[in-house]
Ligand binder design. Structure first.
Ligand code: CMP
Length: 141
């Protein structure tokens, strides 16, 4: 099934000039970039994006970190894009990430782990409109 998923290149990836490298990896695996923007989230926006994690002990740190510098948000499209993107990113903790995955290659730790990808179709359906209007998606696809 052709799916769309929301990816963020996190502040550690933007800061270390990894935007191009990360996007290249997804493109080389056949995913299409159908929308793209660089933004800086406010603390409140980061809290809203990660609201599902609000009871987790790392929620405060995570939302401080995600609002600490610019990020790049992208919508990727392709066959089974949600699962594919998660495979290409690798495990949340770079210590557990498989060889060749983005997090194995670039992540610093569990928090500064370079990329985010929607974890399910339900998450993608909430996360894509968080950054992109329907018009932006239709216009570019
Ligand atoms: P992400 O895919 O963006 O979704 C939730 C994020 O929370 C996750 O990536 C990690 O960066 C972060 N995270 C998950 N577990 C922990 C943890 N134990 N400590 C700090 N951050 C975490």
């Amino acid at each position: 099934m052709i799916e769309r998923t929301l990816v963020m290149i996190k502040p550690d990836g933007v800061e270390r000039n990894l935007i191009g490298k990360v996007i290249s990896i997804f493109e080389e695996k056949g995913l299409k970039v159908i929308a793209l923007k660089k933004v800086r989230l406010s603390k409140d926006q980061a809290k809203a994006f990660y609201i599902v994690h609000k009871e987790r002990p790392f929620y405060e740190d995570l939302t401080n970190y995600m609002s600490s510098g610019p990020i790049v948000a992208l919508v990727l499209e392709g066959e089974n894009a949600i699962k594919r993107v998660r495979e290409i990113m690798g495990a949340t903790d770079p210590k557990e990430a498989a060889e060749g995955t983005i997090r194995k290659l670039f992540a610093i730790d569990k928090e500064k782990n370079t990329v985010h990808g929607s974890d399910s179709p339900e998450s993608a359906a909430k996360e894509i409109p968080f950054f992109f209007s329907e018009y932006e998606l239709i216009a570019l696809s």
